[in-house]
Design a protein around this ligand. Structure first.
Ligand code: FAS
Ligand code: PHB
Length: 402
């Protein structure tokens, strides 16, 4: 084994959580090493989120990587709901006193963060194998990994578990020290990315037809992202581009179906949907962050945004620790993050329940879903509830009562 690497914070995972945390710590003069098991290209090849809350956009600017979203992000003032063959606009901007969301892909966010880290010459170990974490219940936690066959060790003050749902960090917490809450949904999302102009460039369109859920989103004015609800038994190979476009059209209102521009898929994948939270998010000197601690069904566009606010809370806590030698931030991290996470979990579960067809939802259940959709688009109070959750609840929830 080579001589140990010494740093203040060891970050496991170079997805958006790990990279954004590394960038915010760097700007505060705190050293961090990131250890990632995949290559940069592999990380960038995963097509995921597309909608950023204002809190997330502000954080990218705070981290010094806001140029991309400012130049290429598309601001949305409204979302649209399609059901019973009719499309209804929800004026998110008007209902929330001017708040908006921005369409800018997670791939682009990750690329911007990677470029900033490289430009600053900050240490990131890609394609690390056999990553393990140790002694995080003590004062001197350690990370061990192999790189090019050589065993290496990091000595640090803290470990940030930014390694996603299938990572090593949450799995390393002793059984009995962590409680997990989970709900798995009986369907998945078949997603397609295509270099065609978005059918609705200024509104994300959510559909609930008798054939199932659909979603029309975008990455830019020339690149679109579409999803349809599919069975968990479905296989991507069974979905030709033509079959996908035809099915998507069947789930939209006639005008939108007519307007949609189709083209070859650049990426096509099926993602399962689950709600998941692991509590607490702090274990000694290990902090779980982002998908390592929680998962939401993507219906509410919260996954990436929750990861960003975890990073905001954790980076502030670590900066307080190193600058002011106070531990209140790190002591409160888990409670503070979980308070916002559960509100987003509730919203994501609610919108998923409202916009999807469930195998057992015929009869009374379907009539109630139809009635809730009708109420939602005709009641300002109901639309306001949707709008204020969609743009993202404030970092400090007390603001909402103000
Ligand atoms: P990530 O999973 O992005 O990153 C974790 C990183 O840790 C990865 O790079 C991984 O390779 C690495 N890692 C894992 N184990 C490791 C180990 N042992 N050692 C070192 N590194 C390790 N959110 C939305 O808002 N909208 C969406 O439409 C949406 N679609 C999604 C589709 C899919 C298939 C998935 C899985 C998620 C989707 N999400 C969506 C949620 C997604 O955007 C996450 O919220 C976001 O990626 C969270 O970022 P991280 O916490 O950084 O986790
Ligand atoms: C996306 O653009 O990928 C997207 C948009 C809205 C969602 C989920 C995903 O709710």
């Amino acid at each position: 084994m080579t001589s140990p690497i010494r740093t203040q914070v060891a970050i496991i995972g170079a997805g958006p959580s790990g990279l954004l945390l590394g960038q915010l710590l760097h700007k505060a003069g705190i050293d961090a090493v990131i250890v990632e098991r995949q290559s940069p290209d592999y990380v960038l090849s995963r097509i995921r989120a597309g909608i950023l809350e204002q809190v997330t956009v502000d954080l990218l600017h705070e981290a010094g990587v806001g140029q991309g979203v400012a130049a290429d992000g598309t601001v949305h003032h409204s979302i649209e709901l399609v059901f019973s063959g009719v499309r209804h606009a929800i004026d998110v901007h008007g209902l929330t006193g001017g708040k908006v969301v921005t369409a800018y892909g997670q791939t682009e966010v990750t690329r911007d963060l990677m470029a900033a880290r490289t430009a600053a010459g900050l240490p990131t170990v890609y394609e690390a194998s056999s990553v393990s974490i140790h002694d995080f219940d003590g004062q001197r936690p350690k990370v061990r990994f192999q790189k090019d066959g050589v065993e290496q060790e990091i000595e640090c003050d803290f470990i940030a578990g930014c390694d996603g749902f299938h990572g090593v960090c949450r799995a390393s917490v002793p059984e009995g020290s962590i409680k997990e809450y989970e709900k798995v949904y009986p369907f998945g999302w078949l997603g397609v990315l295509s270099d065609v102009p978005p059918v609705s460039p200024h509104a994300i369109v959510y559909g609930n037809s008798e054939r199932g859920f659909s979603l029309c989103s975008m990455r830019s004015m020339t690149r679109s992202r579409y999803y349809i609800q599919c069975s968990l038994e479905d296989k991507v190979d069974a979905w030709s581009d033509t079959r996908f476009w035809d099915e998507l059209r069947r789930r939209l209102d006639p005008e939108l179906a007519e307007r949609i521009v189709t083209g070859p898929s650049l990426e096509k994948s099926i993602a399962p949907l689950r709600s998941f939270v692991a509590e607490p998010m702090r274990h000694g000197r290990l902090f779980l962050c982002g998908d390592a601690a929680h998962i939401v069904p993507p219906t509410g566009a919260k996954g990436l945004n929750l990861a960003a606010t975890d990073v905001k809370y954790l980076s502030s806590a670590l900066i307080d620790y190193y600058k002011d030698h106070t531990e209140s931030g790190i002591d409160n991290y888990s409670t503070r993050a979980l308070s916002r996470i559960w509100r987003a979990e509730r919203f994501s579960w609610w919108l998923t329940s409202l916009m999807h067809r469930f195998p057992d939802s015929e009869g009374f259940g379907q009539k109630v879903q139809d009635a809730e959709l009708d109420y939602l688009v005709h009641s300002q109070a109901a639309s306001t509830t949707l709008a204020e959750n969609y743009v993202g609840l404030p970092l400090d929830f007390a603001e909402l009562r103000a």
